[in-house]
Design a protein around this ligand. Structure first.
Ligand SMILES: Nc1ncnc2c1ncn2[C@@H]1O[C@H](COP(=O)(O)OP(=O)(O)OP(=O)(O)O)[C@@H](O)[C@H]1O
Length: 365
């Protein structure tokens, strides 16, 4: 059992907070991804959990035991860094065995555990190789084995595959997920790749400027973003900024009932929430271009206010450049000052927004 509890943790390097009052509970066996842009505080948070940074405030507990002030070697955590930092003068076996030797394990037990760890990461038989003879992906596997062999309660991975090419990265993250599930090890994984987070995580912590924007499962984050930032950071999203008056958005191409106080809102809707219909009338929205992705087409549409939105349509729908279109929007979100103030029916529900190029509200016509 390994439960991680982080309470109001902060870290200042003197010039402002790298991590600002973050609280997080990670359940036993859970894989949590810390996701956010560069400089949002992901690595600093992970390093504080591993004991490589001292928090300015707050506490970190593992299974109820306060570890906030313990050095890394006294914590039940194992960390894998972006640069794997293997020892080049040692072979693979020696790299993985190093920590076990420090713990004073007998030779036979060390050999057994190292072989087990190598098999776990798919490198059985590689013990005698020097690390320089390995590919980048193999070196990261050795780094992972070196952490796992110490049987940490919590595995901390700081962008471990960032330096690898896309194909290898995808393969390794699947392997990590398999190993993590098999061992049932509580894991925190830092990434700035949304695909990586969506593919791996039981829950995602979206970070921005040292704070958490939203903590939720991948589909919840995708389907119900709580802030404009999260909406824009995960997946593809259209944003249209416009005034609301008397409970309606008075956009020339998007007429939409929106029961919120008057003022400017940011409307957000995903390309897959847009469907297109023909519009014989002049003016309004028109097709800029379409790209065929085989499984679907992505159509760029110019709205009459100069903004551009994307619609994902079936491959059979072939819209021509400059063709006039009417947009029907399914699930959509309204944000004000980054906060969600209204969420429409989800996909499959009634369409809240139906627009015609002349501004007629087809939903209420
Ligand atoms: N040792 C340090 N001294 C001073 N400032 C630091 C130090 N480490 C991190 N910072 C600052 O803290 C903030 C958060 O950095 P951190 O590395 O945690 O972000 P990150 O989200 O992991 O970014 P990246 O994805 O680029 O690794 C940044 O503004 C960074 O410049």
């Amino acid at each position: 059992m390994a439960r991680l509890t982080i309470k109001d943790i902060s870290k200042s390097f003197g010039t402002g907070f790298a991590v600002d009052s973050v609280s997080l509970d990670v359940e036993d066996g859970e894989l949590v991804c810390l996701l956010g842009p560069s400089g949002s505080g992901k690595s600093t948070l992970l390093r504080m959990i591993g004991g490589f940074e001292t928090p300015t405030a707050g506490t970190i507990s593992i299974d109820g035991r306060d570890v906030t002030r313990l050095p890394p070697e006294k914590r039940p955590t194992g960390m894998v860094f972006q640069s794997h930092a293997l020892w080049t003068h040692m072979n693979v076996f020696q790299n993985i065995a190093f920590g076990l030797k420090l713990r004073g394990l007998p030779r036979a037990a060390i050999a057994e555990k190292v072989e087990g760890a190598l098999a776990l990461v798919g490198l059985a038989g590689y013990g005698g190789r020097m690390t320089a003879q390995l590919s980048g992906g193999q070196q990261q596997r050795v780094a992972l084995a070196r952490s796992l062999v110490l049987e940490p309660k919590i595995l901390l991975l700081d962008e471990p595959f960032a330096s690898l090419d896309q194909h290898l990265r995808e393969r390794l993250r699947e392997e990590v997920k398999d190993i993590q599930t098999r061992l049932g090890i509580t894991t925190l994984f830092v990434t700035h790749g949304q695909d990586e987070a969506l593919a791996l995580a039981d829950r995602i912590v979206v970070m921005r400027d040292g704070r958490t924007e939203q903590i939720a499962g991948p589909s919840e984050i995708y389907r119900h973003p709580k802030t404009e930032f999260v909406a824009g950071f995960i997946g593809s999203m259209n944003f249209v900024r416009h005034e609301v008056r008397g409970g309606r958005v008075q956009h020339p191409d998007l007429t939409l009932a929106l029961p919120v106080p008057d003022g400017e809102v940011v409307l957000a809707f995903r390309p897959e929430a847009v469907s297109l219909g023909g519009a014989p009338l002049a003016g309004g929205a028109s097709v800029h271009r379409g790209i065929d992705f085989g499984t679907h087409r992505m159509i760029d549409i110019d709205l009459s206010d100069g903004s551009r939105v994307k619609a994902m349509v079936p491959p059979a729908e072939d819209w021509q450049k400059d063709q006039r279109v009417a947009l029907t929007i399914g699930a959509c979100f309204a944000f004000r000052d980054n906060r969600l103030i209204h969420e429409s029916a989800t996909a499959g529900g009634p369409s809240p927004a139906i627009a015609a190029p002349d501004g007629r509200d087809l939903a209420h016509a």
